[in-house]
Every structure is written in structure tokens, then in C-alpha cells.
Design a protein around this ligand. Structure first.
Ligand code: NAD
Length: 475
């Protein structure tokens, strides 16, 4: 028996969860279910994240969490429950199979069968943001070597266990050379451990265009959080109906499984919603629990039901489908087909092995040296006036460069460059041996000028490689 937590959610949630559990029970899935309450009612009781404190204990003590969609109340500063659950429980991998079921479900891409493996904890989704000046707002993007390695290893191990042939990585490392550059480097390093799996990398913009146009060219995709979020919705949409996709959020201690769609409040209580997204998520859960055979039996019955033309309203097509059914009747049809196999549609192959891979080691220590500091200051005047305030500002540091929104504006300014009210002053030490406090006199000297510093970025080298972007003159 596997002890799991189940939340019935809001809107269509309770109906599709009942249908899913009905099928799981009929197929003999060995599950011991503990119900938890999350979502709208909990939000409205004043819990900002839509989950009560005591629920965390249950989620920590169960092996998996099967979650129906919830309704997030509008306004009022409510936090996203999904983001809270993912980050609190360390669910670092989001796995979304995107499959088309042609000719039984209408789609523009009849041979699409790909899996998106999205990093779930880092990137811009940490939500660390600042307003720095009257004009400038900033969000921080975090990429770690260990976080990248964990998700990339997961993607290759997943491909291997499921008999998939290729893993594709998308980044924007032509621009984000340090952060996305690291994700790409880790991808190249890990891919060498899987020589029998093809590894390829695309810049995310052209990769996304190719994915939308020719999804059959992809197999497993591994993506940093933001690109993964956007592209997994694109991929699910072009595969067919939003009601047909499930997703898994996997961590080292637990996992959460859900449909990708929301609570569709307008369809609630009418017995019309398609339970397939949640059902497919529950099959990912059975795989995770090692119950692959039962997952396979249910998937075969579900595919057979689609082939028989027994369809809920969202995929029903006059002339193509045969019987339009509601949520309960669809579940009953799947149960009736348990033990049967589809004739045309193919179930996912049974995993060859339980998915296993090595957790990343801490990164190797490097020689880290301070070489200078970028001090960003708020200044609404001209560049010439700013320079006049900076003349002889320090005997230990040389002003090397001034940047504005990432563009170098000094030395050699160009009159066309638009500037804003924050200027990044790059000071490089004239002598080696800087310490953590060496720049305090420089800050003190700046604070006596009519400038307000808004951000400090120490400039470190790691084994003599700069850990910061260089302007063209510095390269
Ligand atoms: P939605 O996914 O609920 O609905 C979008 C459209 O898809 C609607 O036309 C709906 O009728 C249809 N649809 C969705 N699921 C279906 C199903 N199983 N069967 C048939 N048709 C289906 O998106 P929305 O309307 O933007 O959001 C509604 C609520 O859901 C919001 O409160 C939102 O915050 C929440 N939401 C929750 C989750 C989650 O819990 N994971 C995810 C997305 C949205």
C-alpha cells in the first residue's frame, strides 16, 4: 500500500478527482488515501497560500500528493499555492508529457509525443525583485550549477528509463552567457555520460519556433524554469485539448501530481469536465510509486476508450466521435475497457528501470579573488556632470567603465544611446590584495556627492576567470 495525500480542489476538481479515484480503485491500485483541504475555502479563511499549517505535516509524511485544480481568489495578495508547494517541498522537476492522439482527437500535429522536463525552483521564479530608482525595477535570475545538474541528470535518466532517444536543451546563452551559459555547459558535461542518447542545444527563440512548428522533431526537452513554463503551455496547447495533459512535480523527498488545466469554474457541478488530465497525472504517480504495470493497464483502457469515440464535450467532434459523455460516464467507460488494448494509439512503453541517477556533488572550490566593484548610482543629470563628480574619487580604484541598463556609455559614449536614471560605475582596484571592506572609503566618498548608490556588485574572478560580464573594451 502506498500512503498518498489527495486534494479534491475547487470548481471541476471534486468531479474529476472522484472519476480518477474510481478508475484507480477499479484497476486495483494499492493506495491508502488521506484527504487534505487546499484552495479557495482555505484562502478565504485567511491562509495566504491556500494551505493550512497542519496540511504540511501530512504532505511530508505521504509518498505522493495527487492534487485537483484549485481556484485562486482574485486580488487580496493571495500567493500561488503551486509555487508554495513546489518550493516548500523542494519539488525541483516538473515533468509534462505532451502527446497528440490523432486521428481520435483533433490536432494540427498528429505525430507529437514529447516530454518537457522543466527546472522548478530557480531562475526568475524565486521572485526576488527590487525597485532601485524612480525609473528602474529589477528581478533576479538565479541559476546554480547543482540545480542545473540535478534537472539535467533527471532528463537524461528519464530518457534512458523510458527508451527515449534524444534530449534537447534550450537556453538564451548567446545573451545570458554566465547564467544560461552555465546551464548549457552542465548540459554538455552530463550528456557525455549518456553517449547512446542524442543531445542537442537550441537558442530558445528559434527552438520555440521549431517546437511550435515541428513538434515531432523533439523527444525529451530540458529547460530552465521560465522557458519551461511558457513552452510547456505552448506544447500542451498544440497537442490538442487542455483537458488531456497531466504533470508531475518531483522532489528528492516527495512528489505532486496534477492536471495542467485550472478549475474551470463555469463547468463545475455539471458532470461535463474531462477527467483525463488528472487521470494521466495519476498514472505518472503510479510510475513514480513503482506501479508501472497498473499504470499501463489503465492507460491502455483509456486509449481504447478514446479510440471507441467515447469523448467528453471538449474533444467531441460531430462525425468523428461516437458518444458524447459526461465525467462519470467517461470514467465508467474506461473501467469497462480495463484489460483491453488500443488498436492504433500506443501506450507509453513500460519504463525499463526505476528512474535513478546520482544527486549532484557540491561544486568544486575555486580560487575566488576580488578585483573591483560595480556601484550603481541614481543620477538624473548628464553623463558629463556625472563624470565631473567622479574625478579623483579614489586613489586605490580606477573608474574603468560606466554602463546604463547594460549598455556601456563611457568611455567612448555614442549620442544615440538612451539612458535612464541608474548608472553602473565599474571600479577596478589599482593594486592586488583587495579585501571585503576595501571599497568602504570609495562608498564614503561617493555618498558625499549628490549621487545615491542603489546597488553594489563585487567583481570576483574564479580561478582567474571573471564572474561578471565584460564590456567590449575589457575583453
Ligand atoms: P482553466 O484551465 O480552468 O479553463 C480554461 C478553459 O479550458 C475553459 O474554457 C474550460 O472550460 C476548459 N477546461 C479546463 N479544464 C477542462 C476539463 N478538464 N474538461 C473540459 N474543459 C476544460 O483556466 P482558467 O479559466 O484560466 O482558470 C480558472 C481557475 O483555475 C482560476 O482560478 C485559476 O487561478 C485556476 N487555475 C488553477 C490551476 C491549478 O490549480 N493547478 C492551474 C491553472 C488555473
Amino acid at each position: 500500500m502506498h500512503h498518498i495525500a489527495v486534494a479534491f480542489g475547487d470548481g471541476i476538481g471534486p468531479e474529476i478527482m472522484e472519476a480518477t479515484l474510481y478508475i484507480l480503485k477499479a484497476a486495483g491500485a494499492p493506495l491508502e488515501i488521506e484527504e487534505v483541504e487546499i484552495g479557495e475555502k482555505v484562502y478565504l479563511r485567511g491562509e495566504k497560500a491556500g494551505i493550512a499549517k497542519e496540511t504540511w505535516e501530512i504532505l511530508r509524511n505521504t509518498k505522493a500528493f495527487l492534487k485537483a485544480p484549485i481556484t485562486t481568489p482574485q486580488g487580496g495578495g493571495f500567493k500561488s499555492l503551486n509555487v508554495t508547494v513546489r518550493t516548500t517541498l523542494g519539488l525541483y522537476a516538473n515533468i509534462r508529457p505532451c502527446v497528440s492522439y490523432a486521428p481520435f482527437v483533433e490536432t494540427k500535429h498528429p505525430v507529437m509525443d514529447l516530454v518537457i522536463v522543466r527546472e522548478n525552483e530557480e531562475d526568475l521564479y524565486t521572485g526576488v525583485e527590487y525597485r532601485r530608482t524612480d525609473d528602474l525595477y529589477q528581478a533576479l535570475k538565479f541559476i546554480t550549477t547543482t540545480g542545473s545538474e540535478r534537472i539535467i541528470r533527471y532528463a537524461f535518466a528519464y530518457a534512458e528509463a523510458h527508451g527515449r532517444k534524444k534530449v534537447t536543451c534550450f537556453t538564451k546563452d548567446n545573451i545570458l552567457k554566465i547564467s544560461d551559459g552555465e546551464f548549457h555547459k552542465v548540459f554538455d558535461r552530463i550528456s557525455k555520460e549518456y553517449p547512446h542518447i542524442t543531445a542537442e542545444h537550441w537558442i530558445v527563440d528559434i527552438g520555440a519556433a521549431k517546437l511550435a512548428d515541428t513538434p515531432e522533431a523533439f523527444d525529451v526537452l530540458v529547460l530552465p524554469n521560465l522557458y519551461g513554463d511558457i513552452l510547456s503551455d505552448v506544447a500542451a496547447e498544440i497537442a490538442g485539448s487542455v483537458g488531456l495533459a497531466g504533470s508531475a512535480n518531483i522532489g528528492t523527498q516527495g512528489a505532486m501530481f496534477e492536471a495542467i488545466h485550472g478549475s474551470a469554474p463555469r463547468r463545475a457541478g455539471q458532470d461535463v469536465a474531462n477527467p483525463s488530465g488528472l487521470l494521466l497525472a495519476s498514472l505518472q504517480m503510479l510510475d513514480f510509486l513503482g506501479e508501472n504495470k497498473i499504470a499501463n493497464t489503465i492507460e491502455n483502457a483509456w486509449l481504447k476508450t478514446l479510440e471507441e469515440g467515447i469523448h467528453t464535450y471538449d474533444i467531441f467532434k460531430e462525425g468523428k466521435s461516437k458518444t458524447k459523455v459526461g465525467t462519470k460516464a467517461f470514467a465508467e467507460a474506461v473501467i469497462k475497457h480495463l484489460g483491453q488494448k488500443p488498436e492504433i494509439l500506443k501506450p507509453r512503453p513500460l519504463p525499463k528501470s526505476h528512474l535513478s541517477f546520482k544527486q549532484p556533488e557540491p561544486p568544486k572550490e575555486t580560487q575566488k579573488k576580488l578585483s573591483g566593484i560595480d556601484i550603481s548610482v541614481e543620477w538624473k543629470g548628464s553623463l558629463d556632470n556625472l563624470l565631473s563628480h567622479l574625478k579623483n574619487i579614489s586613489e586605490h580604484y580606477e573608474l574603468k567603465m560606466i554602463g546604463n541598463r547594460g549598455v556601456k556609455v563611457w568611455p567612448n559614449p555614442l549620442p544615440e544611446t538612451t539612458t535612464t536614471d541608474e548608472w553602473r560605475l565599474r571600479f577596478i582596484a589599482k593594486h592586488p590584495g583587495l579585501t571585503q571592506t576595501s571599497y568602504l572609503p570609495l562608498l564614503e566618498a561617493l555618498s558625499k556627492k549628490p549621487l545615491r548608490w542603489s546597488h553594489l556588485d563585487p567583481l570576483y574572478t574564479f580561478d582567474n576567470v571573471p564572474g561578471y560580464t565584460l564590456s567590449q573594451e575589457e575583453q
